[in-house]
Design a protein around this ligand. Structure first.
Ligand code: NAP
Length: 525
């Protein structure tokens, strides 16, 4: 496939910027020859203006028309064939099996939103008819307008140019301006070609999708500051997400930023669970920490247990297994340096004991870091928030608590996370109920006897959590509810039926489920 290294602004390639960067293979540290052009401020302007024009044209498109577009995008991604897989593998080192699964998730995501749009009740129509002394009020969800999306490095498909943020924004009816991640520019350009083809095939306005390349923070900062952008979707570091959140808040007209950032995903293991299943839990934990070289926002990075000979034996077993596992490939140099920095900062705390790893592997041909297990005390974690920092790689930290009270006090001191997990036995449900609900307060998803890596794209999924896991704990970036980040409710008061959207008309011409005078019905009013 012939790539250009250019930006795609409303379907037109553009390379006005003098600054360029290159795609790097993390397995060999070799860079490709094709220069990718950082977008300029003028190109960012054009992309946002095209998105605004597209929104003006398409804001009243029916749900079924948008659903056809989403299905077409999935088809066009599949039409890219194995070139897409090989490109992403070359740029991320994630491996073909993982990427094949991620592609299926990505196309499945578009089709799942399509199905939801065809069913129709996602519009959440609510009707309160006129009653004595009360006006008629009718509410439903509408798209917010152009959305800026920041692609993540660690999911070149599922959280990137064609990832969940883009899928949910387009499903909502919002044009998307995507800042591609510089870790996989070739793969990003392939996706831009798929979007261009889908737009042409479905007759959508060209500005419904633009993709900007950029290495460095300027492109993202221009994009967030642009008055034509109405909301932001972001996946990446706490530092990056927070900077974008602050930039959006500084605008004369602030906008919401849905940033999904760092998480250490605490796992509590009870003594009974250790007594029953220590080997099984150790195997599962090591597989989860090393999966994708630990580069998951749901990586189990903090393991809490009560001190005992069995706990010490378990920690030693996990450490041995981590030490024996081969060091995987890290995504890029920035991730490798970031991991080294985060682990060095943690190790500098005298209360941290490194059981295995803890350092970069010298003279390696590929980007990597030693599989790392550390141990500390509950009091040390409570005394220093920096020990709750995300180590984005194959790293986990055991927190050994003196007793049940020490454990509970430590869970209380945890920051917000995407997930929390508990390993326990069926005969201790009464004893651990409070603990489970304490863990609930700290995360968006609570996992029982499992591991947090792996996030299903389904209606019930919640992939979010209290800050610093996200900047908007009431929302999710995975699953069907992700669409509501890019929609807002509007109520119509006493507006004539002929002027109402179909979803709110008396006769319910769409035949969709609505809440009418406090009763769910798919009938007419
Ligand atoms: P990142 O540094 O947060 O970057 C993500 C995107 O945001 C990139 O496009 C980046 O642009 C942009 N960006 C970063 N800071 C910005 C700022 N101040 N203003 C405007 N744009 C900004 O994430 P990353 O490159 O993927 O990885 C770095 C670290 O993020 C990792 O080591 C890891 O700790 C963490 N991470 C976390 C998750 C998660 O899901 N929790 C996922 C991936 C990474 P440029 O790259 O062009 O500068």
């Amino acid at each position: 496939m012939q790539l250009t290294g250019q930006n795609y602004i409303a379907g037109v390639t553009s390379a006005e910027g003098a600054e360029t960067f290159f795609s790097v293979n993390p397995r060999s540290k070799e860079r490709d020859d094709l220069p990718y052009h950082n977008a300029t401020a003028a190109e960012v302007d054009r992309a946002v203006e095209a998105a605004a024009a597209a929104f003006a044209e398409a804001r009243n498109y029916s749900s079924t028309r948008i659903a056809d577009f989403l299905d077409e995008i999935a088809d066009q991604i599949e039409a890219l064939g194995d070139d897409l897989l090989h490109s992403a593998d070359r740029e991320t080192g994630l491996g073909l099996p993982r990427l094949t699964g991620e592609r299926a998730r990505t196309t499945g995501q578009f089709r799942a939103f399509g199905a939801m749009l065809r069913e129709g009740s996602y519009l959440r129509p609510i009707i309160n008819s006129e009653a004595a002394g009360q006006p008629s009020i009718r509410q439903m969800q509408f798209p917010v307008g152009p959305v800026a999306i920041f692609a993540a490095s660690n999911f070149p498909f599922a959280f990137a140019v064609a990832g969940g943020d883009t899928a949910s924004a387009l499903a909502a009816g919002c044009p998307a301006v995507v800042k591609a991640h510089p870790g996989h520019p070739a793969t990003s350009e392939m996706f831009a070609l798929a979007f261009k083809a889908a737009i042409a095939a479905q007759g959508f306005p060209a500005g419904a999708f633009s993709m900007l390349q950029g290495s460095g923070i300027d492109v993202g900062q221009w994009l967030v500051a642009h008055d034509g952008i109405e909301a932001v979707g972001f996946t990446g570091s706490l530092r990056g997400g927070r900077a974008i959140y602050d930039a959006a808040a500084r605008r004369p007209r602030p906008i919401p930023v849905y940033a999904e950032m760092g998480s250490v995903n605490p796992v509590v293991i009870t003594q009974a669970a250790l007594a029953q299943r220590a080997d099984e839990i150790a195997d599962g934990l090591v597989a989860s920490v090393t999966m994708g070289t630990g580069q998951f926002c749901t990586n189990p990075g903090l393991i809490l247990l009560q001190d005992s000979p069995a706990a010490q034996h378990f920690i030693a077993a996990v450490s041995d297994k981590m030490s024996a596992a081969p060091a995987g490939v890290l995504l890029n140099e920035t991730i490798a340096r970031g991991l080294e920095g985060a682990v060095s900062q943690t190790i500098a705390n005298p209360e941290i004991n490194v059981l295995t790893g803890g350092e970069a592997i010298a003279d390696s041909d590929y980007f990597c870091f030693s599989n790392t297990v550390m141990q500390t005390s509950a009091s040390a974690i409570r005394a220093d928030d920096r020990l709750q920092v995300e180590h984005f790689g194959p790293v986990t930290l055991f927190v050994v608590c003196e007793d049940a009270d020490d454990l509970r006090a430590t869970v209380d001191a945890l920051e917000g996370n995407l997930t929390s997990t508990i390993h326990a036995e069926a005969d201790e449900l009464d004893d651990i109920s409070d603990l489970l609900h304490q863990l609930r307060e700290k995360a968006g998803r609570v996992i029982w006897n499992g591991f947090p890596t792996g996030v299903a794209v389904v209606h019930a999924m919640q992939h979010g959590g209290p800050y610093p896991a996200t900047t908007a704990p009431g929302t999710t970036s995975v699953g069907m509810n992700a669409i509501y980040r890019f929609m807002r409710p509007i109520a119509f008061q006493n507006v004539p039926d002929a002027l109402l959207p179909d979803a709110l008309k008396d006769g319910n011409p769409l035949g969709i489920m609505r809440l009418v005078d406090d009763v769910y019905t798919d009938g007419a009013q």
